[in-house]
Each structure stands twice: as structure tokens, then as C-alpha cells.
Design a protein around this ligand. Structure first.
Ligand SMILES: C[S@@+](CC[C@H](N)C(=O)[O-])C[C@H]1O[C@@H](n2cnc3c(N)ncnc32)[C@H](O)[C@@H]1O
Length: 408
């Protein structure tokens, strides 16, 4: 079937209309004529995939990756980088326009200069193949290189493909540091497997090997964590802790947060969803005190280690679920960096009750960001929104939203 696309949706799919029905087309861009096969035909919409591009978007480029057409990992290796940034800028502006009545200033997207080989973490699915799921399925596409992960990760992938018997492994996670060159491998299994030959192959190549079974990590050899440098600071990353997947852009993001925070040195800051303490530790050097809070106890243990590693004393960390319980202390600034699901309503109510002068909301999902802003807008005005391209070649975008209390 031949269709004409007129836009790209928020998930990175081309949109066309066929007999009045919307069709979302994976890997198609806007302003194209493409031959498609329908892979799902629902009452109100359909989903297709491109079989042939007849008329190209002028910004279309040949994908560097031979798996791109089928793989579910990336969306935009077929689109020039500048055009990706424009798509992401428009996406943020349009979501704000569609879901709020607030006028916002959206700054230019902060670009990712090294937009290939940037990810410091990859999760490969394993059966008789190793790779990523085919778009929208649980079929694994066998790959030998991923063009958005660090080359050290591709090196480990090659070792597993060529030298390791992967029977019994269901997932292979490789994490690495960009600036200390350390590598951690995590093998996910459901039943115990013989590890001796894997240990033998990896022993001199990686810094740590863990097995993950029933959501529990067991160290097989090496360090308990790897270390990454961000500017002049150092951070440990243990197997279950969150760390931004794009090291260079994480530094730009944290510098961006520090910039909008405009600290004078006497502020008390609450850093919610603090992970390994990165944002709080960046801000601590410029304010009076930071309290970091996070649900994952292992991340809080890393955060306390990071505090000592960086010689920072004016910060404490606690394990807590959002801000479900009131903290008996005054905070001038509340920083939040929740997962994609955003903030829960009780946490929003309790942030409002704390009456911070500023809220800095970092989000990797513009829809939940805007949903939460709608609950804050009675008390806070948006001063700026800055998108950061942490996830180049995908449709995802990170945003930092600066809000000031309305009555000051
Ligand atoms: C997007 S990460 C941000 C981490 C950190 N700010 C950073 O930049 O590395 C979100 C963090 O929220 C934590 N988290 C998820 N659900 C949570 C909850 N209900 N309460 C507190 N923390 C939560 C995750 O463990 C993760 O560390």
C-alpha cells in the first residue's frame, strides 16, 4: 500500500491517513511517500512498516546501521542529526501546547556532539541469538555491533558472540565508564549455569562480573562497582544503580541544572529521586546543604560512597519513596528527577506544602512532566524549559524545567 506521511508522532513514527484512518509507520519520516505493509489494523488506527521509500524526506540519510530497519533500539539513524534536534524541539513545544494552557519558553535543544557510540549501558536479549528485540516484538535480532553504544560494549558483545556458550543466559547487560575505561558485565539467568569458562574468558577483560537471578545480584569476580568521572567529580556505579546512560550529556545536564538553580550559597536543597547522588553532589558545592532521597537502598549506599569520594560534607542521603512523608525541614529548592512515570500525587502535594522558592524538574518523559506541571501551576510558574539530547537517534528527550513560586 502506498501512503503519504505528513508528520512524525511522539514515539518517532511517521503518520499517514488511509481512508480517514490514522496509520503509524515505523521508520518512516514526515513528508514521504512510502510503500508499507500493515502489521496491525485496529478499529481506530493501524500500524505499518516501510517496505520501500518512494519519495524521501529531504533530511533522510542512509542509516549507518544494517539492522536499523528492523531493530527496536533506535528510531532516527535515518534522519540527519540537525533534523532530529528540530523534531525533539517541536515535540516538546507541541506537548506543552497540547496538554497545558501555560505559555512556556522552550530553549534550543542542548546537542549531543558525539551522537554515535555514546551509551554507557546496553541490555542485550539472549536466546540462540544476541541482540535487541525487533521493533514491537519479542523476536531477537542478532547483531554484532550497535552504533549507539560505547565501543567497549561492542567489544564485549563480540566476545560473547564468538567465544562464550550462552546457553542458560537470558540477558546480557554491559555497563562501562567513558573516562576510566572500566567495564561491568551482568549475566541474567533463570537457573544456575556453569560459569567457569565465562569467568576464564572475561577475567582479564572486564573489571566486574555479576550474575542476576530473581532480581538479586551476585558478584562472581572483580570490583563491587565501576567508577565514572563527570568533570572534576567521580561517581561509583553498582549493578542495580541508575546512572545516566550518556556520560557526556549527563555532565551537560547537571551543569544546566546548576545554571538554572542560580544558587547564592545559602540554600537548603532537597534532591528527590537522587539515584547515586549525582545532582545533589553537583549542587552541594554551591549551596548550604542538600538532602538526597531515593527508593533504591543500593543507590543510596553508592551516594554515600560518592559523598566521601568527592570530599563533600554538606549532604545527607535517605532511602524514601518519593516525598510520601513530610520532612520536617525548610527547603529553598526542590530538585526532582523521577522515572518516566513522573511524580505521584501525594509527592506533588507534599512538595507544594514544603513551599520551596524553586522547583527544578528533570524529566525523561515530556507527557508526564506536563501532567505534573498542571498540578503545580496554581503555585509555581515555569521560567524555562531546556531539552537535552541525552538519547540521540531515538525519539526520547530529557528536559529540565525551572519553576518559581508564584507569590515571590
Ligand atoms: C531518572 S533516575 C534519576 C537519578 C539521578 N537523579 C541521576 O541523575 O542519576 C530516577 C531515580 O528514581 C528512583 N526511583 C524510582 N522510583 C522511585 C520512588 N518511588 N521514590 C524514590 N525514588 C524512586 C530510581 O531508583 C532512580 O534512581
Amino acid at each position: 500500500m502506498l501512503v503519504k506521511t505528513f508528520a512524525i508522532d511522539h514515539s518517532g513514527r511517521g503518520i499517514a491517513k488511509v481512508n480517514g484512518k490514522i496509520v503509524f509507520i515505523k521508520k518512516a519520516l514526515d513528508n514521504e511517500e512510502v510503500e508499507i505493509n500493515l502489521i496491525d489494523d485496529k478499529k481506530n488506527y493501524a500500524v505499518g512498516e516501510v517496505s520501500k521509500v518512494i519519495v524521501k524526506n529531504i533530511k533522510r540519510q542512509k542509516s549507518i546501521c544494517p539492522y536499523f530497519a528492523k531493530c527496536g533500539g533506535c528510531d532516527f539513524l535515518n534522519l540527519e542529526y540537525e533534523a532530529q534536534l528540530k523534531y525533539k524541539y517541536d515535540k516538546v513545544v507541541n506537548i506543552f501546547k497540547k496538554y497545558t494552557d501555560i505559555d512556556v519558553i522552550v530553549n534550543d535543544v542542548v546537542e549531543n556532539v558525539d551522537n554515535l557510540y555514546y551509551r554507557n549501558k546496553a541490555t542485550f536479549k539472549v536466546d540462540d541469538k544476541i541482540g535487541f528485540y525487533k521493533e514491537g516484538t519479542h523476536d531477537i535480532i542478532d547483531i554484532d555491533t550497535c552504533y549507539i553504544v560505547d565501543k567497549k560494549i561492542n567489544f564485549i558483545l563480540k566476545i560473547f558472540r564468538e567465544q562464550i556458550n550462552c546457553d542458560g543466559i537470558c540477558e546480557l547487560v554491559v555497563r562501562c565508564s567513558r573516562y576510566t575505561n572500566e567495564i561491568m558485565v551482568i549475566i541474567k539467568i533463570e537457573k544456575e549455569i556453569q560459569l567457569s569458562s565465562i569467568v576464564e574468558k572475561l577475567h582479564d577483560l572486564v573489571d566486574a562480573l555479576f550474575v542476576k537471578k530473581n532480581n538479586t545480584y551476585r558478584k562472581i569476580f572483580g570490583k563491587d562497582y565501576i567508577v565514572e568521572n563527570l568533570g572534576d567529580m567521580r561517581f561509583i556505579i553498582s549493578p542495580s544503580s541508575f546512572f545516566q546512560v550518556n556520560t557526556d550529556m549527563a555532565l551537560k545536564l547537571y551543569e544546566g541544572i546548576l545554571n538554572v538553580a542560580d544558587l547564592k550559597g545559602d540554600e537548603n536543597i532537597l534532591d528527590l529521586y537522587c539515584g547515586t547522588g549525582t545532582i545533589g553532589l553537583f549542587l552541594a558545592k554551591h549551596c548550604k546543604y542538600v538532602l538526597g532521597s531515593e527508593i533504591n537502598a543500593a543507590a543510596i549506599s553508592d551516594a554515600n560512597y560518592n559523598k566521601r569520594l568527592n570530599g563533600i560534607t554538606n549532604i545527607d542521603f535517605i532511602v524514601a519513596d518519593g516525598l510520601k512523608k513530610i520532612i520536617n525541614k525548610e527547603f529553598d529548592v526542590v530538585v526532582v528527577d523521577p522515572p518516566r512515570s513522573g511524580l505521584d500525587k501525594l509527592t506533588i502535594r507534599n512538595i507544594i506544602a514544603l513551599k520551596p522558592k524553586k522547583i527544578i524538574y528533570t524529566s525523561c518523559d515530556v507527557i508526564t512532566l506536563v501532567r505534573d506541571i498542571n498540578l503545580l501551576k496554581e503555585f509555581y510558574k515555569i521560567v524555562s524549559v531546556t531539552p537535552f539530547d541525552l538519547f540521540s537517534n531515538t525519539h526520547h528527550i530529557e528536559c529540565v524545567c525551572m519553576m518559581h513560586r508564584l507569590d515571590i
